[in-house]
Write a protein that binds this ligand. Structure first.
Ligand SMILES: NC(=O)c1ccc[n+]([C@@H]2O[C@H](COP(=O)([O-])OP(=O)(O)OC[C@H]3O[C@@H](n4cnc5c(N)ncnc54)[C@H](O)[C@@H]3O)[C@@H](O)[C@H]2O)c1
Ligand SMILES: [Zn+2]
Length: 348
């Protein structure tokens, strides 16, 4: 078992922890009513195990299932969950357990933080992305018709239980999404993690990869909980990545594929500005390819420029780009948006 604390959350990583979750949850909260929130894909595989575990120990378990997919991460779904919590007479001393990918953990975190101004929360992330990213750091949210994650809060689960064995049932494309974020973590803050991803067998090192990725996020989140400063480093590859996802209408590229292209293209630019060592780009490309992630933008450059310009993160004509000097050394580079657009025109 590996353990780590991130702000107010205890994080435990162990194979098969899902089948022993009751014991760990009972160490963190008293016996109470529990609402398990999951999506229908994940529920088919893991819901019975989790609910049986909790009932066995005396928790009173109710379940709320959502349809898989980003469209469930909405205020409408949140409202249905509030209603279910109310009809089950659940109070602040009761508990929400999220069981699923980032959609489920984000939605559950949002509901937990707002119902009765904050009800207890435990995350059991089941996708790789949720294990190393979405369930860590306290951000949650729902989407609105104007954009993703526009409504949300910062709220920490008391416990996060990570079972690497759950990855065995994750569809390969979803897996790659998480791997792109792990590569990102290696790039901005942990060259050993990058080397493991580069040279070692993934499954033999899965716990180490999870722990190291979480630690990179932990180090940034703990000095910048509310996302005003250094947490921005977690956006490496995301300025171009978000723009590419948008051009593809969130259908052509998955988030991880877009981030992979974003990391490679931004590093191509920063290399040409002499801000990144020359060995970095070939290594980054090779590691992305190892995990079948794309590294090159195929959309027309003018569409990319337009999408970057519409990004909400441009402030007073400047963009905070996240670049890497070397593997494991991320930094923030402020650049006028026009200058950056010129680089996009010439380099991508
Ligand atoms: N809060 C944060 O800091 C943060 C960080 C990154 C991403 N996010 C959010 O996370 C969401 C994306 O998360 P995601 O990639 O996990 O997507 P997801 O929750 O949609 O899960 C991906 C798919 O995999 C399935 N699945 C999950 N675990 C499974 C398993 N073990 N076996 C079989 N199928 C499984 C799900 O049913 C779903 O179909 C986005 O909404 C994003 O905004 C939040
Ligand atoms: Zn991301």
């Amino acid at each position: 078992m590996r353990a780590l604390g991130v702000i107010k959350s205890k994080i435990l990583v162990e194979e098969n922890i899902i089948s022993k979750c009751g014991k760990f949850i009972l160490e963190s909260v008293k016996l109470c009513k529990v609402l398990i929130i999951s999506d229908r894909n994940v529920a088919k595989i893991y819901l019975n195990i989790v609910s049986r575990e909790l009932e066995k120990l005396g928790f009173q378990v109710q379940v709320f299932l959502i349809n898989p997919g980003e469209q469930s991460k909405s205020f409408k779904t949140a409202e249905k969950i509030y209603n279910s919590l109310t009809l089950n007479f659940m109070a602040r001393c009761d508990l929400i357990v999220s069981l699923g990918g980032g959609v489920v953990t984000d939605l559950s975190g949002f509901v937990a933080s707002t119902y009765h101004r904050g009800i207890k929360l435990v995350h059991i992330p089941t996708s790789f992305l949720a294990m190393i990213d979405a369930a860590i750091g306290g951000k949650n949210g729902v989407n609105s018709k104007y954009g993703k994650n526009l409504i949300g809060t910062f709220y920490h689960p008391c416990l996060v239980l990570i079972d690497p064995l759950a990855l065995k049932t994750l569809p390969p494309r979803e897996f790659c999404c998480g791997i792109a974020e792990a590569i990102k973590c290696g790039c901005i803050g942990d060259k050993k993690l990058f080397k493991i991803l580069e040279n070692q067998d993934f499954y033999n090192n899965i716990e180490e990869i999870i722990m190291r990725s979480i630690r990179v996020k932990k180090n940034l989140v703990e000095i910048d909980e509310q996302d005003f400063g250094s947490r921005v480093l977690l956006n490496f590859g995301h300025t171009i990545g978000h723009a590419l996802e948008k051009i593809g209408n969130y259908k052509k590229l998955s988030h991880g594929e877009a981030v992979s292209i974003g990391m490679n293209e931004i590093t191509k630019i920063s290399e040409s500005m002499n801000l990144t060592r020359f060995e970095v780009l070939p290594r980054l490309k090779a590691v992305c390819r190892k995990y079948f992630l794309p590294t090159h933008n195929n959309f027309p450059s003018n569409q990319l420029q337009e999408a970057v310009l519409h990004d909400k993160k441009i402030l007073n004509g400047y963009l905070n780009l996240v670049l890497i000097k070397d593997i494991g050394e991320g930094f923030i580079y402020k650049i006028p948006d026009k200058e950056f657009i010129n680089f996009l025109k010439n380099k991508i």
